[in-house]
Ligand binder design. Structure first.
Ligand code: FDA
Length: 398
């Protein structure tokens, strides 16, 4: 029997942060992970450079059945706290866009900071550790974990097993099973921050435009994002598609504005009154790629306008062009799923968890942190900031 004050399941972003914080308080901590190495998602994140936080972190950047739940932790451990930590270790980083902070070199540099913090705090880490069963002693309240590496006993058990995305990297639903075992509710879960897939004519259109990326404004269920949108051989991807996937449910349609900075009806009317002799496609090509213009007009039955001199365009023609370009309705069939999703939307119902300590309200000594909870951030470093904040705050109490 190996005795610890605190056992943390999951050596990812939240688990390592929690281990370092608890260890620094003098708690005897061990982190158990079934994978062959720690922090795999950190290593693969941000194209290998880890978008580790964002200059602009607000509760409004997160989705949850209880939008207030994330507020306390985000205000007690902010992006500035994490930036101070990485600066203490001399990490070279830069802002890429929209406040998103990336490592200059490799995500491994960031992981090494967390591991150094764990080491200096005396927190131990075990990989290749399968957890076979968990029991809580009804009298002592101690937890007993039977694992492939022996039996562990602890006062505080922290579940930091993350979400379901990228199962090949070690993601499992184990955290949800533990929650259910101890009587906590788990909300509906969906792949999120994920590319969309199409069928039929929409798929044909996407395939004909595969590789074309444009700055667009996408809207779904009252939420909009203005970022790059990319056509793929399966549907759409790029930051705008990933962001809006957080707000999309099967059956919903997404509206796309391909020229958010311009009122194309006013521009077309100006060209018409200037009696421009240029082909409409040539004029539109000042704002959009030719390949896109052709595919768009064909798809919406407006191919006849390609050759029609602008002087002859009726207001109705201009209206149709403006309507399809500014409010292009897209009906995804689905998403690429957990295979490529960056996160899981939904998770352990936060009503059952303290937003201050992250302890389960019905089970003393049991804590849940990070993505396993029903808190999902936008693309742009928000999910890691949630992992750092929830890991740190729980680490103060475990
Ligand atoms: P995380 O997934 O990091 O860790 C969970 C750990 O639990 C893993 O080590 C896993 O092996 C372990 N585990 C799971 N089941 C277990 C079991 N049964 N037994 C033992 N251990 C188990 N976010 C962001 O803010 N910026 C970014 O740049 C990116 N980029 C990005 C790229 C890609 C490709 C993905 C998939 C995700 C991102 N993310 C991101 C999201 C971010 O990686 C994610 O939200 C955090 O890693 C969540 O941290 P957690 O610690 O909660 O889980």
């Amino acid at each position: 029997m190996q005795n610890y004050d605190c056992v943390i399941i999951g050596a990812g972003a939240a688990g390592l942060m929690c281990a370092a914080t608890a260890g620094q308080r003098g708690r005897k901590v061990v982190v158990l992970d079934h994978a062959n190495k720690v922090g795999k998602k950190i290593l693969m994140s941000g194209g290998g450079r880890c978008n580790f936080t964002n200059y602009e972190i607000e509760p409004g950047n997160y989705l949850s059945a209880n939008p207030h739940f994330c507020k306390s932790a985000l205000s007690r451990y902010t992006q500035w706290d994490f930036i101070a930590l990485v600066e203490k270790h001399g990490l070279a980083y830069h802002e890429k866009t929209l406040g998103q902070l990336f490592c200059d070199h490799k995500a491994k540099d960031l992981l090494n900071i967390l591991l150094a913090e764990c080491e200096s705090a005396g927190a131990e880490i075990r990989t290749h550790c399968d957890i076979l069963s968990i029991e809580r002693h009804p009298d002592t309240g101690l937890y007993t974990l039977t694992t492939g590496l022996g039996v562990y006993q602890c006062q505080s058990l922290v579940v930091a097993t993350g979400g379901l995305s990228i199962p090949t990297m070690g993601a499992t639903g184990f955290g949800y099973d533990i929650a259910k075992q101890f009587g906590l509710k788990v909300t509906r879960r969906d792949a999120a921050l994920v590319p969309f897939t199409f069928k039929g004519p929409w798929l044909a259109l996407a395939q004909s435009l595969a590789g074309v990326a444009l700055a667009a404004r996408v809207t779904c269920n009252g939420q909009s994002f203005a970022e790059a949108l990319l056509f793929t051989h399966k549907g759409i991807s790029g930051p705008a598609a990933l962001q809006i996937s957080n707000y999309w449910y099967p059956g919903d349609s997404i509206s796309v504005d391909w020229l958010p900075q311009l009122k194309i009806d006013e521009q077309l009317a100006r060209w018409r009154s200037a009696a421009s002799k240029a082909q409409p496609v040539t004029l539109l090509a000042e704002h959009l790629p030719k390949r896109f213009i052709t595919a768009w007009l064909d798809h919406f039955g407006l191919a006849h306008l390609k050759e029609k001199p602008l002087a002859d365009w009726r207001n109705e023609d201009i209206g149709q062009v403006a309507d399809t370009l500014h409010r292009w309705p897209m009906q995804p069939t689905g998403t690429e799923g957990y295979r490529t999703a960056e996160v899981t939307r939904g998770g352990i119902d936060t009503d059952g968890v303290s937003s201050k300590t992250f302890e389960a309200k019905n089970t003393p000594g049991l804590y849940f942190i990070g993505e396993v909870l029903d808190v999902t951030g936008w693309l742009g470093g928000y999910n890691f900031q949630w992992a750092w904040a929830s890991g740190y705050c729980a680490g103060e109490y475990v």
